[in-house]
Write a protein that binds this ligand. Structure first.
Ligand SMILES: C[S@@+](CC[C@H](N)C(=O)[O-])C[C@H]1O[C@@H](n2cnc3c(N)ncnc32)[C@H](O)[C@@H]1O
Length: 220
């Protein structure tokens, strides 16, 4: 599907897909959204030092980049699923490294490094990209955090079903949780129906709420 680069309110790029009228990030700020949902309420919320993270939708690599930048005090195995990787023509133009003071070549390497392999990006961060749909992904290993960053339920309803969340529940370890930018009532109820305990948190700019779905009890 054709994708266009857009500029969101915090100056960060995102992608727009005209065919489904959907963006990869919030138009209120791609970096602000990713920092709030996945770094502040995901990565930084987990008390463990060693973290096994699963991202649903590598896309532009923004969540991976921000996790890498904020991985200093942790040791992270970052697993990310992406059935439809973006092209070189697009990732080479994205401005995230500028805005985060990160090295351009290192950002590009997140995209060009091999798939289906562990790639040591830094002392604290190992990347494992998988060219697979969540629905076809199978692994016995458990994850501490799932970054659930699929397209919105109205645009990609097959990602927000009971079957998919059941799969996520089974992929998460006992102290783990899933975070997502979405806070729809129906999504909360579906997550609850498979056993998650829901926390409704203040959302990123432009959104009232977001969800953290805990495998067991709320984490403090
Ligand atoms: C909202 S975008 C977010 C991308 C990314 N996290 C970022 O920061 O750019 C959703 C991503 O999910 C990917 N995707 C689509 N179907 C998927 C599936 N069945 N399993 C996993 N990822 C999927 C899309 O290709 C897209 O890259």
């Amino acid at each position: 599907m054709k994708k266009e680069i857009i500029i969101t309110k915090d100056g960060a790029h995102s992608l727009y897909i005209p065919k489904i009228n959907e963006t990869y990030h919030s138009v209120h700020g791609a970096i602000s959204e990713s920092m709030h949902v996945f770094i502040k309420n995901g990565l930084n919320h987990h008390t463990q030092k060693n973290l096994n993270i699963l991202e649903i939708g590598f896309g532009t690599g923004l969540n991976a980049l921000l996790t890498l930048i904020h991985s200093k005090k942790k040791k992270i195995q970052y697993n990310t699923l992406e059935p439809f990787p973006i092209s070189k023509e697009i990732y080479s133009k994205l401005n995230f490294y500028n805005l985060t003071n990160y090295n351009k070549d290192s950002f590009i390497y997140l995209h060009t490094s091999d798939w289906e392999e562990n790639i040591k990006i830094s002392k604290n961060f190992t990347l494992h990209k998988l060219k697979s749909k969540l629905q076809n992904f199978n692994l016995k290993k458990k994850f501490d955090i799932i970054y659930f960053d699929a397209f919105a339920p109205e645009k990609q309803p097959e990602m927000w079903t009971k079957e998919v969340f059941e799969k996520c529940y089974n992929l998460i370890g006992s102290e783990g949780f899933l975070v997502t930018y979405c806070a729809k009532g129906v999504v909360k109820r579906t997550l609850q129906s498979v056993g998650f305990e829901i926390e409704s948190l203040v959302g990123p700019p432009g959104k009232r709420e977001m969800i953290r779905a805990n495998k067991t009890t709320f984490q403090k």
